[in-house]
Design a protein around this ligand. Sequence first.
Ligand code: SF4
Length: 365
Amino acid sequence: MKPRASRVASALIEWHARHGRHDLPWQHDRTPYRVWVSEIMLQQTQVATVLPYYQRFMHRFPNVRALADAPIDDVLHLWTGLGYYARARNLHRAAVRIRDEFGGEFPRTFEDVASLPGIGRSTAGAILALSRGERFPILDGNVKRVLSRVFGVQGDPADRETTETLWQLSDACTPEKHVDVYTQAIMDIGATVCTRRKPLCTYCPLSEGCFARSHGKQHEIPAPRRAKTRRSRHVFMLVAMREDDCVLLERRPESGIWGGLWCLPEFETESAARAFARQMLRAPQIDPQHLDRIEHAFTHFDLVMTPLLTRCAGAAGVMDEPRSLWYNPREPARIGLPAPIKTLLAELTDPSLFDERVVASPSGG
Ligand code: SF4
């Protein structure tokens, strides 16, 4: 027997009073702004990881105006290490729109909220439900999993038809009253009880009548994602270091990985890196030294970086000023850096470590 949609809400609300999470920082002083930032940070990132980032972000940008007025570099700086940097750029863009088009007040209507950069239907619903108690269904990854299992929706959640079925179920389950508690509860149950790998059915308030549980299909529902072949990409990063130890950084384009962050100049081949050094740097070292390789995993591929250290006297040609800077690793500037590049730059300040890291350039390299 499948549970009635109305029973789902009452069971979850009752469960949340006793077992839900009540002490997360965004659960206090639930303004739309605070909920919005938390919802964006929590996309693809676990609560434990988000907590320190959220606290620092709120300290630096306590309201939407503070965020809108800040340089994007300040925002990306606080996002360093959290990944998926488009989220930070969209947050900043949306804050500017709220300041300029909505007089600094978070928009009131669902349509206006959902029109902001980086806010889809589910996030808009979550913000309005959690901060204002307005009745809107949500359908993030956790909610999709819970509803699929409870109601036995066996299609691929990425398919449009399945998604539409799940939206209808989510709408049917969303209660008229206590929608804020219900919304938090269904997100919490997905994150802590009905987890992807080991659902804790024994402790679940929805176990009675749950399709997946009664059919022993917890591991088949939702349908596993089609596996993508993992690839790896190899690039060379030029560490151009001046006599004062400042290192040349370039701002990456907005699209693509690490969009908008500051990074070492990147090249497909070592010869391209050498050609750049010859043309753009003054008195570059002829044979760059190979530092230890760095591997960084993205969702669908691994990036393997070989840093090439070249000492130089500075820039020779005309550098594109807004998109390049000389970064002093000893006095780090407040800019957004990809986490592995930040680590590498910090290591360059340690002479003993630095000497150990330098290895001979391969012959003919
Ligand atoms: S009974 Fe198990 S599978 Fe069903 S919703 Fe609860 S935790 Fe998920």
